[in-house]
Write a protein that binds this ligand. Structure first.
Ligand SMILES: C[S@@+](CC[C@H](N)C(=O)[O-])C[C@H]1O[C@@H](n2cnc3c(N)ncnc32)[C@H](O)[C@@H]1O
Length: 449
């Protein structure tokens, strides 16, 4: 890295994301505690605070993989790469906030093409080193030619095109978080994974994924959309469909663990397993969402030309989450991992952090919000379900307004079915009850007008 760069990044101020101190550029305003949407400014060194919840979920999933052994066997190391790490807040949070007991098994690599961003990471990681020191050796025996980079406080930092970085080791965990669409990187990312791996993909090109930009959707995702109530769910399924079919081309099959539309981006987290046999059946999990009158829909595998007219697809029609893993993503667990203790706050204050009681309360609220509704919806999101926007249902049921969501869930549960709210800005819920049962429940709660 260039001499003198570190001097250039000295000015600025401190912010706390999770338990990790983040040095913000002087010209980046102090973030609000409930940021939404894309960052107001971008460019090297700018932190997008709206992505904090995605980073929180990422570290919760990584902790879960190491503690519950669903990716590598007990005692084995896990190689994780953030391929487009920018200033490295994600990798620093992995190193700072994952439980001490699993840290020695975690080998972290961070890569970005941008030198300024990498210098920022290096400097922040030096100034605010992780609480425990983990300096794993590079696995020299894995490489004919060891990758170029620098090991600092348990993070190996590289400056490569991401497509080269993927090939440096058989990573078990790859994070792919580009600006815009991930399509250019997907093939290489999947090829870079170990036989059993985990891939997290962010896409901010939501206009293309939802179909509000029809030509981009056709070009990038080979899909057609309808921008209605189901556009967010479709966007998630279109991205999963692309990841699944790309994986299949490389003899691999995906098992979704978590997949969310989070305001201005879509993020899917999938286990990727090498299996020619299962990869050959990928098209069984692909299909179309066909709209029916009165806001209803169903999935089909092979739509007729008439159904294509009122359909969106092709998209993933398989399960969206893993029940066990997503079921453990509770608000309590998020706070346990990511909320600083009094002592940690006092140490941060000594390093210059200005953080009062209100900041701490807002930050805790934000950590909770990162996983709100996930654990309670995990079961239904992992199997076939009906997705509904609460405000669409009164019309279908012929009643003037919706009841409280909790009241509707209780009524549905009394009939022996399940119902749960899902994490979306809008009030969506999922249920395994037939539509007629949902409508009857609504009629039992709200008198016709
Ligand atoms: C959205 S940012 C990543 C944010 C980061 N993952 C986080 O959580 O803070 C995208 C990054 O990709 C980097 N980038 C763009 N094209 C690249 C390429 N071909 N190879 C490696 N990095 C690239 C940019 O320099 C930028 O830092």
């Amino acid at each position: 890295m260039a001499e003198g760069q570190n001097e250039a990044i000295r000015p600025g101020h401190l912010w706390l994301e999770g338990k990790t101190l983040v040095h913000l550029r002087e010209d980046q305003q102090r973030p609000t505690h409930m940021p939404r949407g894309p960052a107001k400014r971008t460019g090297p060194g700018f932190l997008n605070p709206a992505m904090a919840p995605a980073r929180t979920r990422s570290l919760m999933l990584l902790a879960d993989a190491l503690e519950h052994h669903w990716l590598v066997k007990p005692g084995h190391d896990l190689r994780a790469l953030d391929a487009l790490c920018a200033t490295g807040v994600r990798v620093r949070r992995w190193r700072n906030e994952l439980p001490e007991a699993v840290q020695p098994r975690l080998r972290i690599a961070a890569n970005d093409l941008d030198e300024f961003a990498l210098n920022w990471l290096k400097r922040s990681h030096e100034d605010f080193p992780p609480r425990i020191s983990v300096d794993h050796a590079l696995e020299d025996d894995r490489y004919e030619r060891p990758p170029q980079g620098e090991m600092k406080n348990g993070i190996f930092m590289m400056q490569n095109d991401a497509r080269i970085a993927f090939m440096e080791a058989a990573y078990q965990w790859i994070d792919l978080d580009p600006f815009g669409s991930p399509v250019n990187f997907l093939d290489a990312a999947i090829q870079g994974l170990a036989r059993v791996g985990f891939l997290e993909v962010t896409a901010t090109d939501t206009a293309a994924l939802t179909g509000s930009s029809a030509s981009s959707q056709q070009r990038r995702y080979g899909a057609k959309g309808i921008v209605d109530t189901y556009a967010h769910d479709d966007a998630v399924r279109v991205l999963l469909g692309l990841v699944a079919t790309t994986a299949a081309r490389h003899d691999r099959v995906i098992e979704p663990v978590l997949a969310l539309f989070d305001g201005h981006h879509v993020r899917v987290s999938v286990k990727v397993v090498r299996s020619k046999e299962r990869a050959s059946k990928v098209m069984e999990r692909m299909g179309w969402r066909i709209r029916e009158p009165e806001g209803r829909y169903h999935f089909v595998q092979h739509p007729t030309p008439e159904e294509v007219e009122r359909g969106s697809g092709p998209l993933w029609v398989g399960p969206l989450w893993n029940n066990d893993i997503a079921g453990r993503m509770t608000e309590e667990r998020a706070l346990e991992l990511c909320s600083p203790t009094e002592q940690e706050l006092a140490e941060a204050a000594q390093l210059g952090l200005e953080w009062d009681q209100d900041d701490q309360e807002y930050a805790q609220r934000e950590i909770r919000r990162s996983v709100r509704h996930i654990a309670s919806a995990a079961d239904l999101m992992s199997r076939d379900h009906l997705l509904l926007h609460i405000d669409d249902v009164p019309n279908m049921a012929g009643v003037p307004h919706a009841p409280k969501m909790e009241a509707l869930f209780s009524a549905i549960q009394e009939t022996g079915y399940c119902a749960a709210r899902i994490p979306d800005i809008d009030p969506f819920f999922v249920t395994d009850a037939p539509m007629e049962t949902v409508l009857d429940c609504m009629r039992s709660l709200v008198q016709p007008g």
